[in-house]
Design a protein around this ligand. Structure first.
Ligand code: PLA
Length: 479
């Protein structure tokens, strides 16, 4: 920041900044004072020369005990107009959890898998792949803008099935990007640039960050009905009616599996109907696949919805993430795939995605891409991964069952908690409102998002009874 230009009354205290009028009783030259610095006082015993709280030089010295004239400056930061942002509704929960000193505390906020001991988990197959990578001594050169070729091949095959004709025919434009979020953001930038009139419709509710992503990319969005609180299930008719009513050519954001936050997915028959109406209205399906393998434990089963649309010959966007299914949260590894109707279209779409990525982040990180490519590309490791994924999904299912059992046994009100068993994936959407969720945290030290979502991946069998007590108290005693 530029030096402030303040005059000091004593000749012993030189004015340090260019533009000031040195000499006795010199007054600051207002024109030389930056607009964000204001003179507020001219009386004091000494003067101070140094840096202010915000790092501005204020040009006044303490050593001077001569005449007592002082120019005291309050340096108003150039960032004065920047307000404090609220904590993130999901990742902010982890920050609050860390600050809580109570031993009973439980973090059911972010969807991150924990062991039964509630410790973070690095998959054995990931450790194995990393060991091999280290032994091989791969270099750290930049990747191409589109990412690691072996990863892009593996990820499209994992999503669509290795023998899917659209891969063989060169119809898929795949770009490695910064996990699910970065892939969604890149696709949003693409929509904004090439479909400026189009709008995205998203489920109500949805993962909170979807709205941020489209807002920041300046893509208009609105919601379609999805969750019915009365049945604690899917509002299928509402969903279909809203997709039908959206302007022709809208982008329809769909959760490929394990809908976040509700844990409620359409049935295969319902997916068919959703595809029908999207096709009729010439909408563009846009899948967010952040939990492949984590919903059912099977990679293929969890890709059912995407493959159904692709089989119908539809053009489709799909964002993928390896945060959950390979536990590579902080490696930021994922991809955006665009299935196109012809190879030259795919080439052009890919070229534009690269063009958008280059000024955003230039090229993606290599480490996670190599892990995925190695694991998927090696039959033994691929088998080991599927095994571990089944175990993770299985642990969550066990916890889900135990939580239901605890709630049913403890709650004497007759309330039906079976919706918990009907939900799938990492989360349970408890139906607790904001005040009740606050009570969970303030009284019971259970950290969760304020929409009533709990991450069962952060719960152990041992903690189910405690959680059930907290839920029952919050549900019945808080409005
Ligand atoms: N899409 C959905 C539906 C998600 O739930 C998440 C992560 C992502 C994309 C993005 O994940 P990625 O960028 O790490 O690949 N949702 C988490 C974490 C697990 C988060 O909010 O960032 C969640 O707790 O909802």
């Amino acid at each position: 920041m530029a030096s402030a230009a303040f005059a000091v009354s004593s000749p012993a205290a030189p004015a340090v900044a260019a533009g000031s009028k040195a000499g006795p009783r010199a007054v600051p030259d207002r024109r030389s004072v930056p607009a964000h610095l204001r003179l507020v006082s001219v009386l004091g015993r000494g003067v101070n020369q140094g840096r202010s709280r915000t790092g501005c030089r204020v040009g006044i010295t303490r050593k001077n005990f001569g005449r007592v004239m002082m120019a005291l400056a309050v340096d108003v930061s150039r960032f004065e107009g920047v307000p404090m942002a609220p904590p993130d509704p999901i990742l902010g929960v982890s920050e609050a959890f860390k600050a809580d000193k109570n031993d009973l505390k439980l973090n059911l906020g972010v969807g991150a898998y924990r062991t039964e001991e509630l410790q973070p988990y690095v998959l054995n197959v990931v450790k194995k792949a990393e060991k091999l990578m280290l032994e091989k001594g791969d270099n750290k050169e930049y990747l191409p803008i589109e990412g690691l070729a072996a990863f892009n091949k593996a990820t499209a095959e994992l999503l669509l099935g290795a023998d899917n004709p659209v891969i063989k025919q060169g119809l898929v434009a795949t770009i490695q990007s910064l996990s699910g979020t970065g892939s969604l953001r890149l696709a949003a930038a693409f929509i904004q640039r090439y479909f400026p009139e189009a709008k995205v419709i998203i489920s109500s509710p949805t993962w909170g960050n979807h709205k941020n992503i489209f807002n920041d990319a300046r893509v208009p969005w609105s919601e379609y009905r999805y969750y019915d609180p009365k049945t604690v299930g899917l509002d299928f008719e509402g969903m279909i009616a809203d997709i039908e009513a959206a302007p022709e050519g809208s982008f329809v954001l769909l959760h490929g599996c394990a809908h976040n936050p509700t844990g409620i997915d359409p049935t295969p028959e319902q997916w068919e109907k959703i595809a029908d109406v999207i096709q009729e209205k010439k909408h563009m399906p846009f899948f967010d696949v952040a939990y492949q393998g984590f919903a059912s434990g099977s990679l293929d089963e969890d890709a059912f919805s995407v493959r159904l649309f692709v089989k119908r010959g539809m053009e489709v966007f799909v964002a993928q993430s390896y945060s959950k299914n390979l536990g590579l949260y902080s490696e930021r590894i994922g991809a955006i795939n665009v299935v196109c109707s012809a190879p030259d279209v795919a080439d052009r779409v890919k070229s534009q995605l690269k063009r958008l990525a280059r000024p955003m982040y230039s090229n993606p990180p290599i480490h996670g891409a190599r892990i995925v490519a190695n694991v998927v590309g090696d039959l033994t490791m691929f088998g080991e991964w599927k095994q571990e994924m089944e175990e993770m999904a299985g642990r969550i299912k066990n916890v889900r069952q135990k939580l239901y059992d605890s709630l049913s046994a403890k709650d004497q009100s007759g309330k039906d908690w079976s919706f918990i068993l009907r939900q799938i994936g990492m989360f349970s959407y408890t139906g607790l409102n904001k005040a009740q969720s606050d009570n969970m945290t303030d009284k019971w030290h259970v950290y969760m998002t304020k929409d009533g979502r709990i991450s069962l991946a952060g719960l152990s069998l041992a903690k189910c009874d405690y959680l059930a007590d907290a839920i029952i108290d919050s549900f019945h005693n808080v409005n």
